[in-house]
Design a protein around this ligand. Structure first.
Ligand SMILES: [Fe+2]
Length: 274
C-alpha cells in the first residue's frame, strides 16, 4: 500500500464521517470528537512506527489500521447515542463489519486486508490474544498504543471543560461520585490493568485509564506518555489524598523506568552493530 492509496482511503473516511454529521450541536460534538481522535491516532501510530524503524509500506499500513480502528463508532452513535459498548454493541467488531460490507479495502492484497481487519476487530480487547499471527500482533500492538495515547488526551481535555461544553458520550455515563472503589485501587497497586466490569464511578474509570501504563508496548509510546504527562493530567482530576498521590508517583516512576530501559536497550543495540 502506498501514500496515494492512503490518501484515497482518507478521502473515503472523511466522506463516511460526513454522512453521520448531525444538525444537533450536542450530537455533532460526539461525532467530531471521534473524527479528531482518529486523526490523532493516525499521527501517534506514525510516530511509533517511525521510531520502530518500520519501512514505508508498513508505516502506511499502520496508518490505515489507525484510520479505520474506530470507524464503527459512527454507526454505533447514530443507532444507540452512546459510546458505551456494554449498552450498545462492540464498536471494534462493528468497525470490522463496516470495512467488510463497504468493500473499501477490495483493491488491496488479501494479507494486507487481513492485517487491517483483524487489528481493527481486536483493538479493544482486554489483552492481546495469544493465537494471532506475528504480523497482526505487531499492528494490533501499534494501534492499541496509539489509541490509548489519544484517549488520555480526550479525557484530560474533557475534564477541563465546563459540563455544558463537554462531548456528552465521553464519560460513558459513570456517576461522578467522590470516591474510588477499593477493588480498582488494589488492582493498580499490584500493577495490573483494571477491567471495565469492575467500574462503579467516574473516578474508577479514571483509574482504569491510568492502569493502561501497564499495557503499552513500544518505547515511543512511553516517551510520548512521559512528554505529555498524561499520568499527571489524569491524576490531577482525582480526589487528592495520600493514596492517590503515592499511586501517581509510582505510575510516573514506572513510565520513567520503561523509557530508561528502552533507551538502554537501543544504546546497546547500536554499540553491538558498530
Ligand atoms: Fe476504539
Amino acid at each position: 500500500m502506498n501514500r496515494t492509496e492512503l490518501s484515497a482511503l482518507k478521502a473515503w473516511f472523511a466522506d463516511y464521517c460526513r454522512s453521520f454529521y448531525s444538525s444537533d450541536a450536542g450530537e455533532q460534538r460526539n461525532i467530531s470528537l471521534k473524527e479528531l481522535h482518529t486523526r490523532n491516532v493516525c499521527d501517534n501510530i506514525t510516530a511509533i512506527a517511525r521510531d520502530e524503524l518500520l519501512n514505508e509500506d508498513r508505516q502506511v499500513l499502520a496508518e490505515v489500521v489507525a484510520l479505520f480502528h474506530d470507524v464503527g463508532r459512527f454507526p454505533q452513535y447514530r443507532q444507540y447515542k452512546t459510546f458505551k459498548d456494554s449498552e450498545s454493541t462492540n464498536h471494534a467488531a462493528l468497525s470490522a463489519r463496516v470495512l467488510l460490507e463497504s468493500n473499501v479495502l477490495a483493491g488491496f492484497p488479501k494479507d494486507e486486508r487481513e492485517i487491517i481487519v483483524q487489528s481493527v476487530r481486536l483493538h479493544n480487547v482486554f489483552a492481546v490474544p495469544g493465537k494471532i499471527s506475528p504480523e497482526v500482533e505487531l499492528f494490533l500492538k501499534l494501534v492499541r498504543d496509539a489509541d490509548k495515547l489519544d484517549i488520555w488526551r480526550v479525557f484530560i481535555e474533557y475534564y477541563a471543560l465546563p459540563e455544558e461544553e463537554r462531548a456528552s458520550a465521553v464519560g460513558l455515563g459513570f456517576p461522578d461520585l467522590p470516591f474510588c472503589s477499593e477493588e480498582v485501587l488494589a488492582c493498580l497497586d499490584s500493577g495490573r490493568m483494571v477491567n471495565l466490569a469492575m467500574l462503579k464511578t467516574m473516578n474508577d474509570f479514571k483509574l482504569l485509564q491510568l492502569s493502561w501504563v501497564f499495557d503499552l508496548n513500544f518505547a515511543a509510546s512511553f516517551r510520548l506518555l512521559e512528554e505529555r504527562d498524561y499520568v499527571g493530567g489524569i491524576a490531577a482530576t482525582l480526589p487528592m489524598n495520600g493514596r492517590i498521590e503515592a499511586l501517581a508517583r509510582r505510575l510516573r516512576r514506572h513510565v520513567e523506568e520503561r523509557v530508561a530501559s528502552h533507551d538502554a536497550f537501543k544504546r546497546s543495540a547500536r554499540e553491538y552493530r558498530s
